[in-house]
Design a protein around this ligand. Structure first.
Ligand code: FEO
Length: 392
């Protein structure tokens, strides 16, 4: 396999993983993913930016078969899908220098078992002259781990961003083909791994705002030829103001909770509010995460199982709590057979969500007319709150 040029003397040597369907044993990958690695050839020196997931090492090895010398390997991010093949690269090129941010050094030691002496740390803003190709290192923490940095190729104005601006997508075309498609994929990726660090991502966006960027070359998914579109999308996703939407993760065992959800979906829709219901017995949690990026309100809907909420709904609450979306309001609806502590358990599972709790609606058995009226009142309360934020 021959390396493919993305700009003169910068080649793609990464791997497209069409078959992978799960990341971190958690995140669905409907369109596979890629692990992008780039070779930057200066007049005097050559640098490799990131590597590939170890299972795809044979692809990197094939690309580098005829590359006799590499002087530097830049580790933008120590998670193993990008760093996992570094040990092979160090062995293949004994004189190579491994460059990383300061906080990345102990992480490379811990995760890959590397000797600390093999790693040279670079400072924020430090430059590396390869001869007509100058790399500038920019620390961009928490996209997605605390040690992450981006590498900017000054002459060609390429930002190697690693996880951020990336997307889980495998395709043979190295460049973005279709803006709507890539923004959806990139939003899914942002939601799954970067949303908890929204405020820091805003700071990173500020940090690169004066950088002249022609290409953003992430380490997952295709390369952006229109950097401003994805940067603006990140601005929207990280913005403090939510959208006029409600997310409802729900499950129903015998139909009672489903009736409450159906009534709430209709009632909110009639009031001009966008609703995203997710039946957790079949839902794609990536889509749930995407909807949480913008939502102003979260309504958790569960039947009772052994006095607590149905575990599938509790999973969704735990996920939302971990992702820390910008939701401002929350409520709980559901049903029980004879007794339950569902509301307390759900409330206790979302301490990270800084939300105002609207009155829950819990019914015994099938919803009565009064329960459905209470659902309409909840929809009224949500609409009032959204109006208060200027969303309606
Ligand atoms: Fe693609 Fe955080 O690794």
């Amino acid at each position: 396999m021959k390396p493919r040029e993305i700009v003169p003397d910068v080649q793609y040597v990464g791997a497209q993983d069409f078959d992978r369907r799960l990341f971190d044993a958690l995140i669905p990958l409907p369109d596979g993913t890629s692990y992008n690695s780039y070779l930057v050839r200066g007049r005097d020196k050559t640098a490799l930016i990131d590597t590939v997931e170890p299972v795809m090492l044979p692809v990197l090895q094939a690309y580098l078969k005829d590359v006799a010398r590499i002087d530097y390997i830049v580790s933008n991010h120590t998670e193993q899908d990008h760093s996992g093949s570094i040990p092979w690269v160090l062995e293949r090129y004994p004189g190579i220098e491994l460059l990383s941010s300061e906080p990345a050094k102990p992480m490379l030691v811990d995760h890959l078992g590397l000797a600390a002496s093999r790693i040279r740390t670079v400072a924020d803003g430090e430059r590396l002259d390869l001869g007509g190709k100058t790399l500038r290192f920019i620390t961009t923490p928490w996209v997605h781990w605390p040690e992450t940095m981006s590498t900017y190729l000054e002459e060609d104005k390429v930002l190697f961003s690693c996880d951020w601006f990336g997307s889980h997508m495998a395709q043979t075309d190295l460049f973005v083909d279709g803006l709507d498609c890539i923004l959806a994929e990139a939003k899914r990726y942002y939601a799954e791994i970067m949303m908890p660090f929204r405020k820091i991502v805003q700071k990173n966006l500020d940090k690169i705002k004066d950088l002249e960027i022609r290409l953003i070359a992430p380490s997952h998914g295709p390369i952006h030829r229109d950097p401003q579109s994805i940067i603006q999308a990140y601005r929207d996703w990280t913005d403090d103001k939510p959208h006029n939407s409600v997310v409802i993760p729900w499950v129903s065992m015998h139909g009672s909770t489903a009736l409450l959800v159906e009534r709430l979906v209709n009632s909110l829709s009639e009031r001009g509010i966008a609703v995203f219901p997710f039946n957790m017995s079949t839902a794609d949690i990536g889509k749930l995460a995407m909807s949480l990026v913008d939502a102003a309100t979260l309504v958790v809907a569960a039947p009772t199982v052994h006095v607590g909420p149905h575990p599938m709904v509790l999973d969704a609450v735990v996920l939302a709590n971990a992702l820390r979306p910008k939701v401002r309001f929350a409520s709980i609806i559901g049903s029980y057979g004879w007794a339950g502590k569902m509301v307390d358990v759900i409330k206790g599972a979302m301490p990270n969500l800084k939300v105002e709790l609207l009155p829950p609606v819990i019914c015994k058995g099938l919803p009565k007319p009064s329960d459905l009226e209470a659902i309409d009142k909840l929809a009224d309360a949500v609409a009032e709150k959204h109006k208060g934020l200027g969303l309606l």
